[in-house]
Design a binder for this molecule. Structure first.
Ligand code: GLA
Length: 727
């Protein structure tokens, strides 16, 4: 009797476990796993996300009690006290959804596997597919949904998040970026407390000038750069977004991200499918830096950053050098100067265009992309030729999504701007700037033609700086019908994506920078089409340490345009030595933003050597693994970071003094990412005066990482760059 009951308990146990196993799906990358529970006819649940597990460990996730049992894509209408990912109104007015799983499929791609869970409503012909794309060479899982209306009439989508993730409560901390113009990418770290935390953007055009659509969750208390479990998330959308974390009485924080649904309700017509943007998720147990490396690798290897594996050129941009004062002689002089310092590319910024209304300042001419022959008698072809003569490449600035009230374009097509026909226009920059209605296919064609015409006229044009300097002010489209005005912010960005896809299909090698009043377009929503972005209009090296630190949380160094500019700095007035300015700019894609003819001979000489040095370390910086070491936000008076090659044979280490006092004690610098058993030769770079005592020393990786090195940073704006080569 005893044996019989024991047997039946065992049978029951294995049957229920088997049942669970049969419905459990592991979605894995090389080092991470997402465990889903997907019973046919039942609800899709997220059970686990973290370190990689295999089939044999599934039962242990349940046995240990760590399994979460939360809906993977919560919908509104039935038992819906928590925040929904999806809420709709059916044609009959019913506002509920009740989804059950009808199918689970997997599709293999060369570098990824996509798991698709199809769910249908129990009453309405309404389908929701949830996709999880797991890469096999980077630790990223992308999730997005496809919402199909098979009802006879339109269904109103009121909320349509890309993805959802439960995060076990505990001492969970958030790291995210906020900022403003000239102060983008500021890091904020905070503990999650009860209530709703919402991170959002409503600019319409520039979705990273202030808050960013990417975040990290440190699961083991206060965020650490190189230890602890961290989950990272990045929304791949260029428009308005909303990230929310709801902390209620449930065991998990509930994280959700997607297009900002506010004022963007979407009327899904019969048979139409709404595809949400991807939400990229990652996990690392190597701290915040580990999550950053996962994002960086994905960006480079999977071209989530256009041409991610390509090394970027060293350039001079004309903006801070001459502002709107463009002329042929001046451009030629700047090209000659950057070429003589070893630069590889010159970019002519704003001020080169406008025939009827020449662009003298920011009050006119956007949209009139014909060269001002008074300034440039030989046009753009003349400049491309001049660049060749100087042995460098040529690039140009445009702001294709914009116009001014004072422009030929606006005179011809007043209906092409975002506006409300019965209200006066609100203008932006220069008191006259307006945003074009990119939801309009005619506007899309026009934007494509700007790039196409430039390229047709100048096949050797190498680089375009694509700017966007205004937010949407007059919400209204004369292209969209009255019942679809709320689609504007979605259709604008879908339209933009269409244009960018066309440009990339025709010009895959053209280098394009995303600029939006500085760092307003640091987002994976556009980076698959752009080679880099302008981090900020603030080029002050000290402030850049903070901004670039934050921006590096999610974006790789070769995406981050970082320029050496004048002293005193044009934004802060700070006078910083040329060495410090270079040492900061060299941690990312190096460039210059300065009038070289105003530089001293000594500064020019230093620049030449620094550029030569950057060429040596460029593959390490632009393709290496980033280890952030001492955070400027930790207020230790110094900051440092380093890059190592994947095989750990080479590394570059950077350290900066952030503030200076007598008898100040600064920490020892311990390194990361080296081979503990290899000995490294240390060479100082950008030496200004006497090399540091470490120069020429051979030290083992284990000592460099476990004990560290002492580094004298004895004056204001001291900085050091060390190259490490494994012997
Ligand atoms: C924006 C950009 C700058 C510069 C100007 C030109 O502000 O961020 O880098 O290109 O426009 O008007």
């Amino acid at each position: 009797m005893k044996i019989k009951s024991l047997l039946s308990v065992l049978l029951l146990f294995s049957a229920s476990s088997l049942f669970a196993w049969n419905n459990d799906i592991i979605v894995s990358t090389p080092n991470t796993s997402l465990l889903l529970n997907a019973p046919k006819g039942g609800e899709l649940k997220i059970v686990y996300f973290g370190e990689k597990i295999d089939n044999s460990e599934i039962s242990q996730i349940y046995d240990s009690g760590i399994a979460s049992h939360r809906a993977a894509y919560p919908v509104f209408g039935i038992d819906c006290q928590t925040e929904p990912a999806l809420s709709v109104t059916h044609p009959d007015g019913n506002m509920s959804l009740d989804l059950e799983i009808s199918d689970v499929t997997t599709a293999k791609e060369t570098n990824a596997t996509i798991t698709t869970v199809t769910m249908k409503d129990k009453v309405y012909p309404f389908i929701v597919k949830i996709n999880y794309k797991a890469y096999n060479n980077t630790d990223i899982i992308e999730t997005w949904s496809e919402i199909t209306n098979n009802e006879k009439k339109p269904v109103l989508l009121r909320k349509f998040a890309s993805g959802y993730l439960p995060i076990r409560k505990g001492d969970v901390w958030l790291s995210h970026l906020y900022g403003s113009w000239a102060d983008e990418g500021r890091l904020v770290q905070e503990e999650l407390t009860p209530g709703m935390k919402v991170i959002k953007n409503k600019d319409g055009v520039r979705n990273s000038t202030t808050d960013h659509g990417e975040i990290m969750f440190s699961l083991d208390g206060k965020p650490q750069e190189n230890s602890g479990r961290v989950i990272g998330a990045a929304l791949c959308w260029s428009g308005n977004y909303k990230l929310s974390i709801d902390t209620d009485n449930n065991r998990e924080h509930q994280f959700m991200a997607g297009i900002n649904e506010e004022n963007s309700e979407y009327k899904l017509t019969s048979k139409e499918t709404f595809v949400t943007p991807e939400l990229a998720l990652t996990f690392s147990n190597e701290g915040l830096s580990g999550v950053s490396r996962n994002f960086h690798r994905w960006a480079r290897v999977e071209n989530k950053l256009h041409n991610g594996k390509k090394l970027r050129d060293i350039l001079l941009n004309s903006w801070e050098g001459v502002y709107f004062d463009i002329n042929e002689k001046g451009m030629d002089q700047m090209m000659g100067d950057i070429s003589s310092m070893g630069g590889e590319l010159f970019v002519m910024d704003d001020g080169w265009f406008g025939v009827k209304y020449p662009r003298k300042d920011d009050r006119s001419s956007l949209g009139d992309w014909s060269v001002d022959k008074n300034k440039l008698p030989n046009g753009v072809p003349g400049l491309v030729e001049a660049a060749k003569k100087h042995g460098i490449k040529f690039g140009i600035w445009i702001e294709p999504e914009m116009t001014n009230t004072v422009s030929e374009l606006y005179e011809k097509h007043p209906d092409w701007v975002i506006h409300q026909s019965n209200r006066p226009l609100r203008t932006g920059r220069g008191g006259s700037q307006l945003v074009l209605d990119v939801s309009n296919p005619k506007v899309q064609d026009f934007i494509f033609s700007i790039v196409d015409n430039l390229m047709k006229e100048n096949p050797d044009l190498y680089y375009i700086k694509w700017d966007a300097n205004m937010s949407v002010a007059n919400w209204g489209s004369s292209y969209l019908t009255a019942d679809k005005q709320s689609h504007l912010m979605i259709d604008y960005h879908r339209g933009l994506r269409k244009v960018l896809e066309r440009i990339r299909a025709k010009y895959p090698d053209l280098v394009i920078q995303a600029c939006a009043s500085g760092g307003g377009r640091a987002t994976y929503g556009v980076l698959p089409y752009f080679d880099e972005f302008w981090v900020s209009d603030d080029t002050d090296a000290l402030q850049r340490i903070y901004m670039q630190w934050g921006t590096s949380y999610f974006f790789p160094s070769n995406a981050m345009a970082s320029h050496v500019s004048a002293a005193p700095n044009h934004q802060t007035g700070r006078i910083i030595p040329i060495k410090f300015r270079f040492d900061v700019a060299m941690t990312a894609r190096l460039g210059m933003e300065i009038q070289p003819k105003n530089m001293t001979d000594k500064e020019k000489e230093f620049s030449k050597k620094a550029i030569e040095g950057y060429k040596q370390i460029r593959p390490i910086v632009q393709q290496g693994e980033l280890y952030r070491l001492i955070s400027p936000y930790d207020k230790k008076g110094v900051s440092s970071l380093m890059y190592t090659t994947e095989d750990k044979s080479q590394a570059v280490f950077f350290a900066y003094k952030l503030e200076h006092f007598c008898n100040q004690s600064i920490p020892r610098f311990t390194m990361k990412g080296l081979n503990p058993d290899k000995t490294y030769m240390i060479t100082e770079m950008n030496v200004d005066g006497k090399p540091v005592f470490l120069d020429g020393k051979k030290i083992k990786g284990s000592i460099l990482m476990n004990q560290g090195v002492e580094l004298p940073l004895n004056s204001e704006y001291s900085s050091r760059v060390l190259k490490l080569t494994a012997l």
